[in-house]
Design a protein around this ligand. Sequence first.
Ligand SMILES: [Zn+2]
Length: 62
Amino acid sequence: MTRKLRNLSARDQFGRDWLMENTWCDHCNVANLGIDKPCEYEDDGHVFIERICRGCGNLVKS
Ligand SMILES: [Zn+2]
C-alpha cells in the first residue's frame, strides 16, 4: 500500500470550494448533498478524495 495523505489545504480556495459544492454520493445516488471532512490522498500515483456524505453519513471516495 503506497497510500499517502496529501495536504488538502494546499489547494487554492477555488479548488476547495469546488470540491465541497460539486459532490456525488454513491450511497444516496444524489448529487450535491454536501460533504464533511474531505481528505485527499495519493495511492499508486492516483489522487483520491474521501469525504463523508451529509445525506447518509457514509464514506464516499473518488
Ligand atoms: Zn449519501
